[in-house]
Design a protein around this ligand. Structure first.
Ligand code: ATP
Ligand code: MG
Length: 375
């Protein structure tokens, strides 16, 4: 008798809870094959990072699907991943617009309806062409009237459709298309501890009732700021500046190519200018410092805006992720400019994320979005 399906298929669909998640950055494509062990724990089975071909993604919009598909396929195959259920995160760009809205409570209407009615007052968008992501972050009383405080993000349907098309083009099954802030929130929402070896203690990054935590993704084209409170997203902002402008500046001052400048930037491992070995080191250190100062001031301004205009509390910690979080001298400079303790992924341990033993943990800083959407 012929069975209608193999036992391998049976275990695949009923016993495994796997996903392939994809984060296409301007510089790097990141993929993660993960398995949900129970409602709480995620196991990273494998991952891959490969360069994004030049000019395939512009301002967060896929402009050359085939170019991206070729590299994606290569990195998936070369890592021996055969998972086909895909979650994909949208690259940040100016087409993702977020706002904190105050919506008057009205028992007779659904919250989604109320938000859509209110949006045109804040964003000139015809909501028929946009997808709405929202989260009620609290309540507020304005002139004696009860309001919901809501964080909304709108993304053009055309942008989302392109991601779905890409997944289908690869012959995979799209399960979800997500915005980058949601993935960051899921990653850091719960179960992250900071190991403070110096004090021989470990403490939770985020605890209910604590001050909010700012998470900054330092990418090559964009800097994404998310503010999380009690493990949930309260505020976000995209700054359209990233590591590439720093590479250009180093290249200009040292009269070298951008590629060489980027390599030098990554190789500089000093913590203070007094450790510079030669003039090159000094120039690179100065470029990094000038760049970081500007970015950090920008982050501080966004945090101030969140406090003053969105009735938020002052964040108590700042966390850096993304490739740029490897920049020399980031932690002390961030603490000086923003004025709160700063952390990077290498200082953390994760109670809800496990990794296959052979995988290199050093790359985790790149994988936050891709892991977050799988959680
Ligand atoms: N050790 C390091 N020190 C400093 N910068 C680094 C280091 N490693 C990588 N980078 C920088 O990080 C950036 C790439 O990181 P990442 O993969 O997070 O960006 P991306 O997701 O492709 O960009 P975006 O999010 O803007 O689309 C590059 O600018 C690279 O030069
Ligand atoms: Mg990125």
């Amino acid at each position: 008798m012929n069975l209608p399906f193999s036992f391998a298929e049976l275990s695949r669909s009923f016993l495994k809870n796997d996903t392939l998640s994809i984060d296409i950055g301007f510089t790097n494509i990141k993929i993660v094959h993960s398995r949900k062990k129970n409602t709480d724990t995620l196991r990273i089975m494998n991952y891959g990072i490969t360069p994004t071909p030049p000019n395939c993604i512009k301002n967060g919009v896929i402009s050359d699907m085939e170019g991206i598909a070729v590299n994606l396929k290569k990195v998936i195959t070369s890592n021996g991943i055969n998972e086909r259920n895909v979650k994909i995160v949208i690259s940040a760009g100016s087409n993702i617009v977020s706002k904190v809205l105050y919506i008057k409570k009205n028992e007779t209407k659904k919250i989604e309806e109320l938000i859509i009615e209110e949006i045109p007052r804040y964003i000139p968008a015809n909501m028929r062409s946009y997808k709405l992501f929202y989260r009620i972050t609290g309540n507020a009383e304005i002139s004696g009237i009860e309001h919901y405080k809501v964080l909304i993000t709108v993304v053009p349907n055309t942008v989302i459709d392109n991601y779905v098309k890409l997944v289908r083009y690869l012959d995979f099954k799209p399960l979800a298309v997500e915005i980058p802030f949601s993935s960051v929130a899921r990653f850091f929402g719960r179960g992250v501890n900071i190991d403070k070896e110096v004090y021989n203690t470990s403490f939770k990054l985020m605890e209910d009732g604590d001050r909010p935590v700012t998470v900054v993704d330092l990418g090559s084209e964009t800097t994404n700021i998310s503010i999380l409170r009690d493990g949930a997203l309260e505020f976000n902002r995209i700054i359209l500046v990233g590591g590439r402008v720093l590479d250009d500046e180093i290249a200009k001052r040292l009269e070298i190519s951008r590629e060489t400048a980027e390599r030098y930037k990554k190789m500089l491992k000093i913590n203070d200018i007094s450790e510079a070995k030669d003039e090159n080191d000094t120039t690179i250190w100065n470029c990094i410092n000038e760049y970081l100062k500007e970015v950090l001031m920008n982050i501080k301004r966004s945090m101030d805006f969140y406090v003053s205009r969105c009735s938020g509390d002052n964040p108590g910690k700042v966390v850096f992720v993304g490739g740029g979080s490897g920049l020399a001298g980031l932690k002390p400079l961030a603490e000086k400019i923003i004025g709160i303790p700063a952390y990077t992924v290498d200082m953390m341990n994760f109670t809800k994320i496990e990794m296959e033993n052979n995988l290199d943990r050093d790359k985790l800083k790149y994988l936050v979005n891709a892991i977050g959407i799988a959680m």
